[in-house]
Design a protein around this ligand. Structure first.
Ligand code: NDP
Ligand code: 8X3
Length: 247
């Protein structure tokens, strides 16, 4: 099950798992994108696909989507908690409260809602693997990143807590912390300003969705007794949230 499969990392993750024969539950708010991806997956791979159109911020929608899963879809082996976003970039004293709410509600509360709904299914089977997509922004704050950075620091902390709590249920929890990646991320952050979004990656050979998807697939296919707990990846031209070398 991949949340936020309609773009970026989530879409790339769905494609690589499909290529390797995994049945997929794909989720997102944009229904047409989900339908388009479902068609593509069914055309290119011999798998089953279930599309679930919901907003991770809506607890009722999350619970109803998981509660109403057909029986054969309840055995979720892998959950990729990927749906997330940054909105806006301002100093804290000028921050837009609506932007803050959207990031906190999606990146923290949405991830929690989905985990709370899916993890009991895994616990009951004594098996599962949860991926939480954090960010290097969760390891260090940067100017104007404030609330986004804090939301991703929460994802890092929650990943540790989940790993401890779900130890007795044989559930792996892997926290992935990518650096700069060229997806729809910056277009969303800058509210459709694609010129500003493009400038973020100027002179940098940024990560692509496939890079993150390949890493998730690698972690998911290790032997049962091996868990990668925490994995940070950046473009070769990035050393930290503030150190980039543009060419
Ligand atoms: P994209 O904007 O390309 O994709 C984001 C995905 O999240 C979309 O499929 C979107 O689907 C989904 N999503 C957003 N909000 C919601 C919501 N409320 N309910 C359901 N789905 C939602 O960004 P990325 O692929 O780059 O980002 C994926 C994750 O990776 C995010 O958590 C992001 O913070 C993180 N990340 C990104 C980095 C980057 O530089 N790109 C680096 C590090 C981490 P829809 O709009 O259809 O709902
Ligand atoms: C996205 C990476 O550095 O733009 O999580 O915050 S960064």
């Amino acid at each position: 099950m991949v949340t936020g499969a309609t773009a970026g990392f989530g879409r790339a993750t769905a494609l690589i798992f499909a290529k390797n024969g995994y049945n997929l539950i794909i989720t997102g708010r944009r229904k047409e994108r989900l339908e388009e991806l479902e068609k593509e997956l069914l055309k290119t791979s011999d798998i089953k696909v279930l599309s679930l159109n919901f907003d991770v911020r809506n607890l009722d929608e999350v619970n109803s989507a998981i509660k109403n899963l057909p029986a054969e879809w309840k055995a979720i082996d892998i959950l990729v908690n990927n749906a997330g976003l940054a909105v806006g970039m301002d100093h804290i004293d000028k921050g837009n409260i609506d932007d803050w709410e959207r990031m906190i509600d999606t990146n923290i509360k949405g991830l929690l809602y989905v985990t709370r709904a899916v993890s009991p299914l895994m616990a009951a089977r004594n098996s599962g693997h949860i991926f939480n997509i954090g960010s290097i922004a969760g390891k260090d704050a940067y100017e104007n990143g404030n609330v986004y950075c804090a939301s991703k620091a929460a994802v890092a902390s929650l990943s540790k807590g989940m790993r401890i709590d779900l130890l007795q249920n044989n559930i792996k929890v892997t926290h992935i912390a990518p650096g700069m990646a060229e997806t729809e991320f910056s277009i969303v952050r800058f509210k459709g300003d694609s010129v500003r979004a493009d400038s973020v990656y100027k002179g940098i050979d940024a990560l692509k969705g496939d890079d993150i998807a390949n890493v998730i697939y690698f972690c998911a296919t290790l032997p049962a007794h091996v868990c990668i707990n925490d994995l940070e990846l950046t473009p070769t031209q990035q050393a930290s949230v503030v150190h980039n070398y543009r060419r």
